[in-house]
Design a protein around this ligand. Structure first.
Ligand code: DGY
Length: 320
């Protein structure tokens, strides 16, 4: 029986499954909690959340640790090199959250372009005084060109949704997709992000957060976007410079933005909060119940497999 630390409260029966064969210590406050400190010398597995920072200092005090099972597809909260150098395996939860996240991304496209959240606020404030032909005109989604930055699982799922809205799809990432995938998605590869921004009316971000993608959307790049275009980010907040985004929403060229992630969560840049054309969601991309249960269950299955001496059940983490 190994000691497994579970960070936070997980939906579904993942914790019960782990507790059936291992000693589980769980704490809402995560890996910086006193509960973790009391078991860290024995802990062999950690089920971590994206709010847990797993770095060299953390690993230092847990010499028996074998696996960090992140309940997220993104692993930017984990120092992969430090884990590797200590022989700690890192896993994530790909696939199970693809459609939920793509649904939310597309919801943000629609909400931002058609001013749904702004309209909701207006109605609640008693500002709806009657239909007129010029009232709350927004941006057309149907047939607009959809630009995807990072055509992994979630990017591809957003592209499929875009096809349902007759949107021509262009994408950029380091490597071009296989020809059959490109054909299935009717997606056109554009090698340079700036060239993609020159063509796309709606841009949806789906690349991982790395040093190379931090502030990928900075002031100069946002200024290169098409006048009246829409930016959606359901990946990681620091990919977009929030202060620069607020400027581009206020002074152009952007018509609107939909954000599910922020640079310093849970804080949101004050300038962004005052932009009526920013739709702000509290990092709920994967937050439908079956998806969150599947994420927790996959993390638990990865822990059980690794503790039993097997490879993880499913993970897409590349070890550096
Ligand atoms: C992830 O999995 O990386 C998301 O941000 C959480 O849904």
């Amino acid at each position: 029986m190994a000691t497994v630390f579970v960070s936070g409260t997980l939906p579904g029966d993942a914790v019960a499954t782990l507790a059936a064969s291992h000693r589980v210590v769980q704490d809402e406050a995560g890996v910086r909690s006193a509960a973790f400190a009391s078991c860290r010398a024995d802990v062999e597995a950690v089920v971590a959340l994206l709010t847990d920072r797993i770095d060299a200092a953390f690993l230092e005090g847990s010499p028996r640790l074998r696996i960090v099972a992140n309940v997220a597809v993104g692993v930017d909260n984990v120092d992969l090199a430090a884990c590797k150098s200590r022989g700690v395996l890192v896993t994530n939860t790909p696939d199970v959250l693809t459609d939920a996240t793509a649904d939310l991304a597309f919801g943000l496209v629609l909400a931002a372009a058609r001013r749904i959240a702004e309209g909701d606020r207006l109605v609640r404030a008693g500002g709806f005084t009657g239909w007129t032909p010029t009232f709350m005109l927004g941006t057309r989604v149907h047939g607009a060109t959809l630009g995807i930055v990072g055509m992994g699982r979630i990017g591809r799922a957003v592209a499929r949704r875009g096809r349902g809205f007759a949107m021509p799809v262009v994408y950029t990432q380091r490597e071009r997709l296989r020809e059959d995938l490109e054909a299935e998605l009717s997606a056109t590869f554009i090698a340079s992000l700036d060239d993609l921004l020159a063509r796309a009316d709606v841009v949806s971000i789906h690349c991982p957060l790395t040093p190379a993608t931090t502030h990928l959307f900075d002031g100069p790049r946002l200024a290169r976007m098409r006048p009246g275009s829409i930016l959606v980010n359901t990946a990681r907040g620091p990919i977009v410079d929030e202060a620069a985004l607020a400027h581009a929403l206020t002074h152009g060229p952007l018509a609107a933005a939909g954000l599910d992630v922020f640079e310093a969560e849970p804080a949101v840049h004050p300038a962004l909060v005052t932009c009526p054309n920013a739709v702000l969601a509290p990092h709920i991309g994967s937050a439908d119940r079956p998806t969150r249960e599947a994420m927790a269950s996959l993390a638990a299955s990865n822990v059980l497999a690794v503790l039993a001496g097997h490879p993880p059940v499913l993970s897409s983490v590349d070890r550096p």
